[in-house]
Design a binder for this molecule. Sequence first.
Ligand code: SAM
Length: 197
Amino acid sequence: MKLKIKELYKYLINYTSIKFSDSLKNYNVILDIGCGEGEFISRLAYQYPKKKFIGIEIKYGRILKCLKKARALNLSNLEFVISDATIFIDKALPDKSINKIFINNPDPWPKDKHHKNRLLNSDFIQLLHRKLKRKGNVYIKTDDINYFKYIKVNVNNSNFIKDDTKSYIDSFLPSTKFQEFYKKNNKPIYSMKLLKK
Ligand SMILES: C[S@@+](CC[C@H](N)C(=O)[O-])C[C@H]1O[C@@H](n2cnc3c(N)ncnc32)[C@H](O)[C@@H]1O
């Protein structure tokens, strides 16, 4: 497995390098948190070649699929990181460095005893606020109504404002593997857009 990732190294971020945070300067930077197999962010990176896209995923098998997509498209504006999103965002990203953040179908952890594992807790939402530039947005989608309500409470306690305006990018958003699955099963999708004032 390690050898496979070596061949695709070019698309994997070395965020321990000092040059990494410098490389974000002067770019419109977009994150996909929990990017799965990378279909959503790959399509966006292809559509917007002047913007810089970073996919964050914790699972090795999925990141491997992301890297293969990046190689197939041969894009210079798309990179991935294999990491826990909280650690990477907190430790590696400078404050006020990110323009947009997508979180599509985060794991809902529906059982009460597992709620502590939910990514979109209050601290994480404040962390995203700190890393965004002014006027930056977070786009969240989930099929789980209870998780959606939980996120809403945390957003209401944060410095974000909910934004109802539609931007140009909204109408061009690609679908994701999980969204396709939910659509096929006629499951509703709940979405939220946040704005840093
Ligand atoms: C339900 S899947 C959704 C994948 C993709 N966004 C989509 O919509 O098709 C959730 C993804 O988040 C990843 N994930 C969960 N916790 C994470 C964390 N703490 N840091 C980074 N990725 C995480 C999982 O490995 C999984 O690929």
